[in-house]
Write a protein that binds this ligand. Structure first.
Ligand SMILES: CC(C)(COP(=O)(O)OP(=O)(O)OC[C@H]1O[C@@H](n2cnc3c(N)ncnc32)[C@H](O)[C@@H]1OP(=O)(O)O)[C@@H](O)C(=O)NCCC(=O)NCCS
Length: 181
């Protein structure tokens, strides 16, 4: 294959913090979420909720000041996201924490280092916002997420035996943390 063709076949990748999304983006994010849920990797959802519920879920992120949404795109299309979540204002003692939530990529966008780029961006935003620790948790069978958290320097500090219950079976979860100072 010529160098020119190789270049053309490499997808365009981007990761950005977003403060709003237009309707097309919201629809793409909902579709990506649905694909992840159907692959049994939909952060707490086991079956896709109705379209309106998903739309409200993502639109709701922008009205909560403690939530920062980071979006990954492949060739312009939304491929996944993660949120950096800070504690509510009344939690003054815990205000140093930043937590990673809804961290996922559609299966078609994996293996391009987009997840690493999202987590790195989340850590940068956490620094900017004055967080002193970055935390993340996941089911113990999410090997890619575990590898990425360890890649960024997080330590596993705990295991919760009853992290999730799927088809009547309890699944353990791992808790990771990294000091940012
Ligand atoms: C977590 C997620 C976003 C990672 O996507 P991704 O970056 O495209 O993942 P990759 O396939 O590139 O793998 C990332 C790393 O994990 C490693 N990895 C992937 N699958 C693995 C496995 N089964 N066992 C061990 N390591 C694995 C890869 O080798 C890679 O590390 P490397 O770059 O050092 O080689 C994606 O897997 C996902 O959406 N999973 C479902 C939702 C989820 O688990 N979210 C996390 C909750 S915190």
């Amino acid at each position: 294959m010529s160098e020119d063709k190789k270049e053309k076949s490499s997808p365009r990748l981007s990761v950005e913090e977003v403060k709003s999304l237009d309707n097309v983006d919201i629809l793409e994010l909902c579709e990506t979420t649905r694909v992840a849920i159907l692959a049994h990797e939909g952060f707490n959802w086991l079956t896709p909720p109705p379209e309106k519920t998903l739309e409200s879920f993502w639109k709701g992120v922008f009205i909560i000041p403690e939530r920062t949404l980071i979006i990954a795109r492949m060739d312009g299309q939304i491929a996944g996201c993660c949120q950096l979540v800070q504690p509510p204002k009344n939690n003054e003692a815990g205000s140093f924490r930043g937590s990673i939530e809804t961290f996922f990529l559609a299966p078609w966008a994996r293996g391009h280092n987009l997840a690493k780029a999202m987590l790195q961006k989340a850590e940068d935003v956490a620094h900017e916002k004055g967080c002193r620790t970055l935390e993340c948790h996941m089911a113990s069978d999410q090997q890619a997420a575990i590898a990425i958290c360890e890649w960024i320097g997080m330590d596993r500090w705990g295991i919760k035996e009853r992290y999730a219950r799927i088809n009547g079976v309890f699944v353990p979860g791992y808790y990771y943390s990294k000091n940012l100072d």
